[in-house]
Design a protein around this ligand. Structure first.
Ligand SMILES: Cc1ncc(COP(=O)(O)O)c(C=O)c1O
Length: 434
């Protein structure tokens, strides 16, 4: 009988998986042309044409707007900067609350701190792991100003009921699309369903520029405010007499460089191809792994497109007969890491991030002098364990995610993943042996 690798047996595969690398000769040539021009960034923090950046910045933003069906795109140096800029552009400040999922990358929530606001956590839906409209409604208070909706793992949140709530309570909707470029909801790409959409171009994403971010909006006034926040807005305001509300319009430096935008232009041309590979790979894995009772592939709503930043599965311990963490560790032990990620470990993990409100900064409420402790803050949001029971159950018991779908993983690689699952499944009871 084959012994599981976690118990000392021979793993299914030791040869590293191929490196995740979306950069090709095209990016190399585009970057070289910018380097040779000597113009690595044309931004000027003063009111003139170059306040909006150089030719590559503009070309990339225009191409992004076309692809994502947006009236405006504002490039920034990360999605984190983009989220902060969106909070600023929405005019949010001390005393205000921002409703957000706790099951997301930390910046989706911590962006509120930048302007002295308070993150308030609503629970997630257990089928697609995005904000649950019913839970959002319970969390709305007179202090609520915005909802940060995260299209987590690449599946769009259920936007219609969320947008209806937002309209009724006059809340700004910020879509965190970092994990979901060209995911669609009822035929429309995410990013302009709400007021502003933020995309990430960090190295781990579907396409990347090393670091970077893009903000989409159909609102002219918000686009103008975002450009001011991106680039030292205070220097431009004297030249913009039509601006009446100057709240938050002192600027940062969130500028993306010519070099990164030149790379981004080339990356964007191949986004459709990379998405197709991810979707095909995930389809194959889901089909194979669904044969194992208790391993549940992700749900995709009709009228939606999942773009699989990671592929989330649910695990039913009552059907599999062993705890999720043990099972996932056993699968991980059968498989290697990938080139370029040799030191960062496995491409599969139990749960996702710890529910954000359980981080020390929320538990101790000391992260910001303003926010929670601001005299203008009249709310009483809680960060107690048990606050979002679905999130906690997904994290502690039911969810696992993997990245084995990333290009250029091919059928041979995927078959090794399937064999690892099958082997662990077949011998799972040996995991429990005393
Ligand atoms: C959902 C989500 N939001 C925001 C971010 C922040 O992106 P960036 O690294 O570009 O700041 C990430 C990055 O992983 C993310 O996954």
């Amino acid at each position: 009988m084959a012994q599981l690798a976690i118990l000392g047996g021979k793993p299914i595969r030791t040869k590293l998986f191929p490196a995740y690398n979306t950069i090709t000769k095209k990016e190399e040539e585009a970057a070289l042309a910018v380097l040779r021009s000597g113009n690595l960034s044309q931004f000027i923090g003063d009111w003139c044409d170059d306040f909006f950046g150089g030719p590559k910045v503009r070309e990339f933003e225009t191409a992004w707007s076309q692809k994502f069906q947006a009236r405006h795109t504002v490039s920034v140096n990360s999605a984190t900067s983009g989220l902060i800029a969106a909070i600023g552009a929405a005019g949010i400040g001390p005393g205000d609350e921002v409703i957000v999922s706790p099951y997301t990358m930390s910046a989706s929530a911590s962006c509120a701190f930048a302007y002295g606001a308070v993150p308030v956590f609503a629970d997630i839906q257990e089928d697609i792991f995005t904000l649950d409209p019913a839970s959002i409604e319970e969390k709305i208070t007179p202090q609520s100003k915005a909802i940060v909706v995260v299209h987590i793992f690449g599946h769009p949140a259920d936007m219609d009921p969320i947008l209806a709530l937002a309209r009724r309570h006059q809340l700004t909707v910020i879509e965190d699309c970092a994990q979901a470029p060209l995911a669609t909801y009822k035929g429309r790409p995410v990013g302009t369903l709400g007021d502003m959409g933020i995309f990430s171009l960090n190295y781990h994403k579907h396409i990347h520029t090393g670091e970077g971010g893009m903000i989409t909006t159909n609102d002219d006034a918000l686009a103008e405010r975002l450009c001011l926040i991106r680039n030292h807005g205070e220097v431009a305001i004297d030249s913009l007499p039509h601006l009446h509300d100057l709240t938050n319009l002192w600027g940062q430096n969130y500028r993306l460089t010519e070099l990164q935008c030149a790379i981004g232009i080339e990356q964007l041309k191949r986004l459709d191809g990379y998405l197709a590979q991810r979707i095909n790979n995930c389809g194959y894995l889901a089909q194979q792994l669904a044969k194992l009772p208790g391993i549940l592939p992700p749900v995709e709503y009709a009228d939606c497109r999942h773009v699989y930043y990671v592929q989330p599965y649910k695990f039913r311990q009552e059907l599999v007969g062993v705890p999720r963490n043990l099972f996932v560790q056993a699968v991980a032990a059968e498989l290697p890491s990938a080139y370029l990620r040799e030191t960062t470990g496995k491409l599969i993990g139990a749960g996702y991030v710890k529910p954000l409100y359980l981080q020390r900064i929320y538990q101790e409420k000391t992260v910001s002098r303003c926010s929670f402790n601001c005299p203008r803050y009249q709310g009483k949001t809680s960060y107690a364990k048990g606050l979002c029971p679905v999130t906690e159950r997904m994290h502690e018991e039911e969810l696992f995610t993997h990245e084995y779908m990333r290009p250029p993983m091919d059928k041979t690689d995927l078959d090794d993943v399937v064999r690892a699952f099958e082997k662990v499944y077949e011998h799972r009871h040996t995991l429990l042996a005393p």
